[in-house]
Design a protein around this ligand. Structure first.
Ligand SMILES: [Zn+2]
Length: 265
């Protein structure tokens, strides 16, 4: 699979993606907000966009659909439950569906929490390529999506517990926004001694390009505080913020507490 990650460099630092079958050159465009840039990149590398996929209905993900569909005739796909919120969806997707493009096939995951109708697309990998997760605003590098624009942190926790924490360590993570440096600062605010977060922060300060840095699920377990719910320091910090005993908190309560702290951070 050819993966082209396209940073938009807008205020929200959105990423778009082109995922292509290398033999047919047909491509899926994920959340092509900057439609002109998306179409230009596809043309430059010789791809024909046949599918536009939205991870969820927020405007910074669907705002480019119209011009890309008009220019390419692509099929527009999104979560079946997002079809009322996204104009002119051709196909509603459900958990376990397959999204096909040429010889490329991706598994659809229903991952509510940031919004209640959010999908992630999962590439299972093969002998020469590691798996990959295109996760919109569910999972960010070193962070998770916020829940105060139509979501629910309890549901987001369930999504992570049931579907994200259990993914193999070698899965590459391709989120909907470039937030890694700020998210690392939050991890270090909660866990000042986190060595993996410290060393990655130092690498970015020394010039490593954060915008094109790809994490893996294995690395997320080290640098993303939302993956580290049973670490005593993390749990104690959430308990202290709520004036309760750490023993009263389970993983879900710790996750929800962290989400609340991050909202007001
Ligand atoms: Zn969103």
């Amino acid at each position: 699979m050819l993966i082209k990650q396209i940073p938009i460099r807008n205020e929200l630092r959105n990423y778009m993606y082109l995922l292509a079958c290398e033999s047919t050159r047909q491509a899926i465009a994920i959340d092509p907000l900057d439609h002109a840039l998306c179409l230009q990149v596809a043309k430059e590398i010789g791809l024909q966009i046949t599918v536009v996929a939205n991870t969820h209905h927020h405007h910074d993900h669907i705002g480019g659909n119209g011009p890309v569909v008009a220019a390419t005739g692509a099929q527009l796909v999104a979560h079946a439950d997002a079809m009322q919120s996204i104009p002119e969806v051709d196909r509603g997707l459900n958990s376990g569906d397959t999204l096909q493009c040429g010889e490329l096939s991706l598994k659809v995951m229903s991952t509510p929490g940031h919004t209640m109708s959010h999908i992630c697309l999962y590439f299972e990998g093969n002998d020469s390529e590691a798996p990959a997760l295109f996760c919109g605003d569910t999972l960010f590098n070193a962070g998770v999506g916020r829940c105060d624009f139509g979501g629910d942190p309890k549901v987001l926790y369930e999504t992570f517990a049931e579907q994200i924490f259990i993914l193999p360590d070698n899965v590459r993570v391709f989120p909907g926004h470039d937030y890694i440096e700020n998210n690392l600062r939050f991890t270090l605010d909660r866990e000042p001694g986190n060595q993996a977060a410290q060393s990655l922060t130092a690498e970015f300060a020394a010039g490593l390009d954060a915008e094109s840095y790809v994490t893996t699920i294995g690395l997320e377990h080290e640098i993303n505080v939302f993956f580290r719910l049973s670490e005593p320091e993390v749990r104690a910090g959430v308990a202290q913020s709520q004036g309760v005993d750490a023993a009263e908190l389970d993983d879900q309560a710790t996750f929800i507490g962290l989400r609340g702290l991050r909202d007001n951070w």
